[in-house]
Design a protein around this ligand. Structure first.
Ligand code: PEP
Ligand code: MN
Length: 336
């Protein structure tokens, strides 16, 4: 961290900030220029609030050199994080995963049918919401624990690992057989939930909040990792912008940006980004081309009658066609 003092700063003021820094556990180094005095803070500055320093009367400007996140930072952990699920499926690095399934589990027949079909098309992981964070309290809220039970049946039948959204920690016990816990966009900054998920040994897929910056996104991952659970998968699912033509705006730049800053895998969810099924294919293809570590796509056997997010779901044939394109694109990228 670099602190630039105001012109005509007094020796007392500089010494005060030096002492304050030492108390915070970092070493201050003073550089005296002709016009300005500058202090470089060396050490772990992640617990120092930049706003707090900026608010000091004698300070003109502060610049952070080191990111405020550590465990989720590539500076501290240069190797790509590879997460291995119970059945051996790997996520991260060169391993590309396709997660597919309905927005919500609706009944046994529905989830089994979709599971068998997406598996045949090449999906590696089955998704299905049991607890749904809906904008309206009158919309379908998910089947709850019964939904998880049906998802487990689909897992047994197909061998596909399963992922489902957890909304509060009291639900955890019932997620025992769920392979990946999803934290939804609306809960990205539910810090109490993140802290609890840090204490368990199960991969967590963290979705980017509706208007979260990259730094806030990685700080949320840091919450989980700081508790001891380092198996975090990031998921870009579109953000809120001034654009109203689509449900959200897919921030494709997040892939190279996050991959540069963090060793954690980042996957793209084109379904929630687009909000309309016709845009899912081009977004999924561009996400693959840009180097995302995987995709999460909503698929339904009867999108028109889905209980949630039907308008953005691909039907079984559309997903099959898209899968072929995605796998062909992966092959092309390997060779070129
Ligand atoms: C979901 O995956 O069904 C979901 C609700 O996603 P998000 O949290 O990104 O809105
Ligand atoms: Mn959905």
């Amino acid at each position: 961290m670099i602190i630039k003092f105001k012109k005509n700063v007094t020796i007392n003021d500089v010494n005060y900030v030096k002492q304050w820094a030492i108390q915070k556990g970092v070493q201050p180094y003073e550089i005296k220029g002709v016009k300005y005095t500058v202090l470089g803070l060396v050490g772990d500055t992640s617990s120092i609030s930049i706003d707090m320093v900026e608010a000091m009367e004698m300070v003109a400007e502060v610049k952070r050199i080191q990111e405020p996140y550590k465990l989720s930072s590539r500076t501290f952990n240069p190797q790509d994080k590879i997460i291995t699920l119970e059945n051996g499926t790997k996520i991260g690095g060169d391993n590309f995963v396709v997660i597919a399934g309905p927005c919500s589990v609706e009944n046994e027949q529905q989830i089994i049918k979709i599971a068998n079909s997406v598996k045949k098309s090449g999906a590696n992981i089955l998704r299905g919401g049991a607890f749904k964070p809906r904008t309206s309290p009158y919309s379908f809220q998910g089947m709850g624990f019964e939904g998880l039970r049906l998802l487990e049946i689909a897992k047994k039948e197909t061998g596909l690992p399963i992922i489902s959204e957890i909304m509060e920690i009291s639900q955890l016990e019932k997620f025992e057989n769920v392979d990946i816990l999803q934290v939804g966009a609306r809960n990205m900054q539910n810090f109490e939930l993140l802290k609890e998920l840090g204490k368990i040994k199960k991969p967590v897929l963290l979705k980017r909040g509706l208007s979260a910056t990259y730094e806030e996104f990685l700080m949320s991952a840091e919450y989980i990792m700081a508790g001891g659970n380092e198996d975090v998968i990031l998921c870009e699912r579109g953000i809120r912008t001034f654009e109203t033509g689509t449900r959200n705006t897919l921030d494709i730049t997040s892939v190279p940006y996050i991959q540069e800053k963090s060793p954690l895998p980042i996957i793209i969810d084109p379904s929630h980004a687009a909000g309309l099924s016709k845009y899912v294919k081009p977004l999924a293809i561009s996400a693959t081309a840009i180097g995302a570590n995987g995709l999460m796509i909503e698929v339904h056997n009867d999108p028109q009658n889905a209980l949630s997010d039907g308008m953005q779901a691909l039907n079984l044939n559309q997903f099959d066609e898209l899968s072929k394109k995605i796998f062909a694109m992966k092959e092309f990228l390997k060779e070129n």
